[in-house]
Design a protein around this ligand. Structure first.
Ligand code: FAD
Ligand code: MLT
Ligand code: ZN
Length: 491
């Protein structure tokens, strides 16, 4: 437990270490016998193992204390105590984050929100949901489905991630193209500052121009300013008709043309336009043992989804779109899902990529925004660089297995993944900062939707200028003067 997993980082000596008196305080606060087991676990490193390690098995902290508060008041008392004692804290939701932000670096106390999982209210007229931060995204969406509504965010980790974690990372997901960012759909938040102050901006109003929109500070802050405890979210009506199609393309340029046509021809019903390159799809095929949805091999595949209110009308539009892009030679082949089973099967080719890659050894993940015209060139250039450096190959002597690209093309968001047999300095140094320099040159963003966490800590300067960074640091110093909230991460 004393080993330092991060030799380049030093534990901040200003932070106190957890003492038996601290543990007693938390045990008294969080209560009953079952809360002691579930609520406070001290000195039991085995129990804490899943909370100390991240989803990718890449980051691991050494926390000895896990707190699971059940109310905002408990969060407030915990933070006030930690702030007074200078005990560092890492907020944790479903622990599905992909940048090492949700786990401790050293011995920070893990404040896990999973017991704050109550849906408070839903107004069918306005579509506004008010819920605790620890509600699992899929649970919120199922609750809404029973009321003919939809959570405005969907992503592959929906079965585990929390809406608080989604908001803290400003997650984008599969349908941002249609339902927009959480900066728009979160109407209000309740959050607790490090000194224990409860910030109530839990408005359920769509329009509210009364000074600074302070809730926005917490959206995407990755737990560095405070703990989100509740959210009011604007939820759209659940579409009555949902269709999905899967296409093969001969080139990236053809796929860009198809996107342009989809926006024009499917317009108001277009809900997702996703890109998967041929290598990513062959990997999913190998992992599942399933044949690809269409015959023949293509360098690019696309998944197009529509959400609308009239099945016949939407299918007619989708068929017309399909005929047009086939007729013009934009698409090489494609298939439309005919029922729910096929719908799920086609989405699995897109959503299954992340999990497939996670079983291959390791992945260097770059979640970036790049103007569409240049988007896929980054994958080609990365593969070319890895090949030139002699790092990629079919047998075990090469650290890199392959380089794949996929992502939310409709949002110009690429996921560049370098699948490795093992993590190594050699590969890391070949990629960083080279990838970030590449992105800076075309004025892209080094983090489109996953955040910065620990993974991109040193590289924020590639996407933000000194003035903006200075303002971020001022805000951090103002609201978290002792720096206890999620330390060692990007700020
Ligand atoms: P965690 O991982 O627990 O935490 C993430 C960050 O938020 C940490 O910095 C943590 O300290 C902070 N945090 C968590 N809860 C709170 C809180 N209540 N208050 C303050 N800070 C908090 N992301 C996308 O954007 N789009 C995708 O399509 C997508 N797909 C994914 C698919 C898979 C299979 C996986 C594993 C991840 C995917 N992600 C995606 C990553 C994404 O960031 C997370 O899945 C999700 O948004 C994080 O929620 P969580 O509850 O797991 O948060
Ligand atoms: C996705 O779009 O699949 C997610 O953001 C996860 C990933 O980048 O692998
Ligand atoms: Zn994504």
């Amino acid at each position: 437990l004393t080993a330092n997993n991060y030799p380049d980082l030093k534990r901040n000596p200003n932070f106190a270490q957890v003492t038996p008196e601290d543990v007693k305080f938390f045990q008294d606060l969080l209560g009953s016998a079952s809360a002691v087991i579930d609520g406070v676990t001290a000195d039991a490193s085995d129990d804490l193992s899943p909370f100390n390690g991240d989803w990718m098995n890449k980051y691991r902290g050494q926390s000895r204390l896990l707190l699971k508060p059940a109310t905002t008041e408990e969060v407030s008392k915990i933070l006030k105590y930690c702030n007074d004692r200078k005990l560092a804290v890492v907020p944790q939701g479903g622990n599905t984050g992909l940048v090492g932000g949700s786990v401790p670096v050293f011995d920070e106390i893990i404040l896990n929100l999973s017991r704050m999982n109550r849906i408070e209210s839903f107004d069918e007229r306005s579509g506004v949901l008010v819920a605790d931060a620890g509600v699992i995204l899929e649970v919120a969406d199922q609750y809404l489905a029973e009321r003919n509504h939809l959570f405005p965010l969907d992503l592959g980790a929906k079965g585990s991630c929390h809406i608080g974690g989604n908001i803290a990372t400003n997650a984008g997901g599969l349908r941002l193209l249609r339902y927009g960012s959480l900066h728009g759909s979160v109407l209000g938040l309740e959050a607790v500052l490090p000194d224990g102050t409860v910030v109530d901006t839990l408005s359920t109003l769509r329009k509210n121009n009364t000074g600074y929109d302070l809730k926005q500070l917490f959206i995407g802050a990755e737990g560095t300013l405070g703990v989100i405890t509740k959210a009011a979210v604007q939820c759209p009506a659940r579409p009555k008709a949902v269709n999905v199609a899967y296409f093969g393309f001969e080139s990236y340029e053809k796929m860009c043309e198809a996107f342009k046509e989809a926006k024009g021809r499917l317009s108001e019903i277009l809900s997702a336009f996703e890109l998967m390159d041929g290598r990513s799809q062959r990997l999913v095929g190998q992992a599942t043992g399933n044949p690809l949805p269409i015959e023949g091999e293509y360098p690019f595949y696309g998944l197009v989804e529509t959400h609308g209110s009239n099945g016949e009308h939407d299918m007619a539009k989708l068929e017309e779109f399909f005929e047009h892009i086939m007729g013009e030679g934009i698409v090489a082949d494609g298939v439309l899902a005919q029922d729910e089973t096929q719908f799920r099967a086609l989405w699995a080719w897109r959503e299954g990529i992340t999990e497939t890659l996670s079983h291959l050894g390791g992945t260097y993940k770059f979640d970036v925004s790049i103007p569409l015209s240049d988007l896929y060139r980054l994958v080609d250039d990365t593969l070319e660089r890895m090949t030139r450096l002699g790092l990629v190959g079919d047998d075990d002597s090469f650290p890199v297995r392959t380089v794949v690209g996929y992502g939310h093309m409709g949002d110009a968001n690429l996921h560049l993944n370098i699948a490795v047999r093992r993590y190594s300095k050699e590969v890391e140094e070949a990629l960083e900062p080279w990838v970030y320099e590449w992105i800076k040159e075309c004025r892209g963003s080094i983090s489109a939707e996953h955040g910065l966490g620990l993974a991109k800590k040193q590289f924020i300067g590639y996407s933000q200028n000194d003035v903006v960074l200075g303002m971020m640091k001022q805000l951090k110093a103002l609201y978290d003067p002792n720096g206890i909230m999620n330390p060692y991460k990007y700020i």
